[in-house]
Design a protein around this ligand. Structure first.
Ligand code: PLP
Length: 431
């Protein structure tokens, strides 16, 4: 273990690691692993959508999708999302090209208009519970609206529910929680049934408390026995809180990121309220794209077949990352340079990311070293509210976008940077 080395041994090791790192840096790489983007082969899977015959652009209801109207979406596209989100089509509104916009709008409406006609706007001083590590763009939206964020530790079965129940029951200014319940970003954790039930049934001081359930990865499995999850909307109803959950999903990482469709699902009362509010904002979203998606997939079975093709492309990339981490950084590794014990990670069963936890105090330096060697990663701290990782140890690895050869080069730099940053940090501690 690096930790067990004397100061002199560590100094020698650091010098060796610097030589290796400099050799990688001299390659002059220019690689980007900063965002969870689909790669070209994944996008190509949906190319037929761009040239398909839309049969006069008529929805199955006979509606002309080129025109204004149908603000909540065309029936066949709603049916697809109903199957995907496990709710009836009447509880769904389709939005534009991206779920983040729906999330943003839903928070904005709650903040300025209230979550129902009877309840006042959240207003100033609202707070949110944020399972961490989490998705940086969620945190950016909350910060943008001046909503205070409270970190909640997240582990394999979901967030610390004791803490969530305690805080939510005590503080009326806590208005919600935002989370990725299946294959969480970045850890790939799927919340257990118990977690879902506790979310649904817990007492909250705020009557207008809402769960923002971002189910972005609900069909992004890499396993033959995919994760299953209780339906939060059903559980909220059973728990006596029928209006508590807003569920979001999109086809951004199914068809085209930036050219997909998204949806919000919720209780009948919430959907009715949102429908009224949306009618002020838009006469309708892009129904031609909805029709394209409905004709391309035909039904939910079509989506599942399509997702298996995604899996075939990206699972090998996840394997490469995990194998390289294992070989280079795992404790008691048999590799000759005694590199080990420098981090924790796990192979997810789905989703888009691998979450790497290095030694405390090394994440920023690791990301900096990678950047200096031409490999851009998501900024250290991004997985926490306000960009502040209290232990400076979490780094999100996004393996999907780079081609395999680039991914291998990027991971060589990553592992070399982790080792060097760790040696530096341990040496400082010995001084
Ligand atoms: N939600 C999560 C958890 C994500 O990881 C991402 C993208 O990385 C998004 C939403 C973005 O989805 P959309 O393109 O539908 O806004």
């Amino acid at each position: 273990m690096y930790e067990n080395l004397s100061k002199n041994e560590l100094s020698e090791l650091k010098a060796e690691l610097e030589i290796k790192y400099e050799a990688l840096k001299a390659k002059g790489l220019n690689l980007d692993m900063s965002r969870g983007k689909p790669c070209k082969e994944q996008l190509d899977l949906s190319n037929a959508m761009l040239t398909m015959d839309l049969g006069g652009c008529k929805s199955e209801s006979g509606f002309d999708c080129r025109n204004y109207g149908m603000p909540e979406g065309i029936p066949e596209a709603k049916s697809l999302f109903a199957a995907l989100m496990g709710v009836s089509a009447s509880r769904i509104i389709l939005g534009g090209n991206a779920s983040l916009q729906l999330i943003y709008d839903t928070i904005a409406r709650a903040r300025f208009l209230g979550v129902s006609e009877e309840l006042a706007p959240w207003g100033e001083g609202a707070k949110f519970l944020c399972p961490v590590p989490g998705y940086d763009r969620h945190f950016t939206i909350l910060e943008h609206f001046g909503i205070e964020m409270i970190n909640i530790p997240l582990s394999e079965n979901g967030p610390d529910m004791d803490l969530i129940e305690k805080l939510a029951s005590e503080d009326e200014r806590i208005k919600g929680v935002i989370c990725v319940p299946m294959y969480s970003n970045p850890d790939g954790f799927t919340y257990s049934d118990e977690t879902v039930r506790r979310f649904a049934a817990m007492k909250t001081a705020a009557e207008d408390f809402r769960i923002f359930w971002d189910n972005a990865y609900c069909i992004h499995h890499f396993s033959d026995s995919p994760a299953r999850q209780l339906n939060i909307i059903d559980e909220c109803k059973k728990g006596g809180n029928p209006d508590r959950a807003y569920v979001f999903a999109s086809t951004s990482k199914v068809t085209f990121a930036g050219g997909g469709i998204c949806a919000i699902a919720s209780s009948p009362a919430n959907i009715e309220h949102i429908r009224k509010q949306l009618s002020v904002q838009t006469i309708g979203f892009d129904k031609i794209n909805q029709l394209r998606h409905a004709k391309f997939f035909v039904d939910y079975g079509g989506i599942i077949i399509h997702m298996k093709k995604h899996r075939k492309i990206i699972e090998p990339k996840f394997n490469i990352v995990c194998d390289m981490l294992e070989k280079e950084l795992r404790p008691n590794s048999s590799t000759s340079d005694c590199s080990h014990g420098l981090g924790e990670w796990h192979k997810p069963r789905g989703g888009y990311f691998i979450s790497f936890n290095g030694l405390p105090g090394t994440a920023k330096r690791t990301v900096e070293l990678c950047s200096l060697a031409g490999v851009v990663l998501t900024g250290a701290g991004a997985t926490f509210p306000y960009g502040r990782d209290p232990e400076d140890k979490n780094i999100r690895i996004a393996p999907t976008f780079p081609p395999v050869d680039e991914l291998i080069s990027a991971m060589e730099v990553f592992c070399a940077s982790v080792k060097l940053a760790s040696a530096e940090a341990l040496l400082i501690n010995k001084e």
